[in-house]
Design a protein around this ligand. Structure first.
Ligand code: BMP
Length: 275
């Protein structure tokens, strides 16, 4: 059966990429397909949120360069928490340049190649972006996510762009583990001669909210039920729906919201894989 009808556990046993296997196993173990996107600018808020949501997430998504008080100890602590609470780390760096520069960025001030199990790239530079990031990521058992569809209003990531992104991923299934997208992507853009048997792309969906339908800047939200059950995505990415403004965070409220999204995401998944 197609991957989105299989359990995370079944997929974990078969997946070709180590980071994908680890993520799928953690999802099953913690009964969580929730990734919290920790988009705050002070490291105190950053860690308060991660400590609160850690037991309830499979993946912490970072924009590490928005921390105003970043220093290397941030990474040490993030890695400790990743082991303590058993979540993977996804640096949402959205690489989109020619090869030399995104390799340099990964070795630069935040050294994301050393700690992010997963990072992502836009498909717009073409296949070289994958080759370049794979040269750094494969030796460290990392996984790459391509942006195939964006959640923002008016996004250009539609139609043939999305298909081309999936084709690029298909050619590097050892390293590209899935997509940022709003729908399941298996088989998209494949010709009759393409071997898509065993293809298993994880779809991570941002733009998830239970209370709002969007923000004032073009973000659009759908519910975990729509994203996971109706559209077949695997991981829900939630930011402000869980921590609000992200300043002086109320950790009890953050915990409550994380549990709420975890339950909604898991329920939608159970409904999907029910046979
Ligand atoms: P929020 O739930 O607060 O709207 O945050 C969504 C997060 O997902 C942000 O970190 C944003 O960078 C990211 N994101 C998105 O919203 N839409 C996309 O298409 C791709 C993203 O990475």
């Amino acid at each position: 059966s197609s991957p989105h009808l299989q359990t995370y556990n079944e997929r974990a046993q078969r997946h070709a990429n180590k980071a994908a296997r680890a993520l799928l196993r953690v999802m099953e173990e913690k009964q969580s397909n929730l990734s919290v996107s920790v988009d705050v600018t002070k490291s105190k808020d950053f860690f308060d949120i991660i400590e609160a949501v850690g037991p309830h997430v499979c993946l912490i998504k970072t924009h590490i360069d928005i921390l105003e008080d970043f220093d290397p100890t941030v990474i040490d602590r993030l890695r400790e928490l990743s082991e303590k609470h058993k979540f993977l780390i996804f640096e949402d760096r959205k690489f989109a340049d020619i090869v030399p520069w995104h390799c340099s960025i990964q070795k630069g001030s935040t050294r994301s190649q050393d700690w992010a199990h997963i990072t992502n790239a836009h498909a717009v530079p073409g296949p070289s972006i994958i080759t370049g990031l794979a040269s750094v990521g494969i030796p460290k058992d990392r996984g790459l996510i391509l942006l195939a569809e964006m959640s923002s209003k008016g996004a250009l990531t539609t139609g043939s762009y999305t298909e081309d992104a999936v084709r690029m991923a298909r050619a590097r299934r050892d390293f590209v583990i899935g997509f940022i997208a709003q729908h399941r992507m298996e088989g998209i853009g494949a010709s009759d001669t393409d071997n898509i048997a065993g293809e298993d792309f994880l779809v991570l969906a941002p733009g998830v909210g239970l209370d709002a339908t969007g923000d004032a800047m073009g973000q659009q939200y759908r519910t975990p039920e729509q994203v996971v059950f109706e559209s077949g995505c695997d991981v829900i990415i939630v930011g402000r729906g869980i921590y609000g403004k992200g300043e002086n965070v109320d950790t009890r409220e953050v915990l409550k919201q994380a549990q709420r999204y975890q339950a909604a995401g898991w329920e939608a998944y159970k409904k999907r894989v029910q046979r």
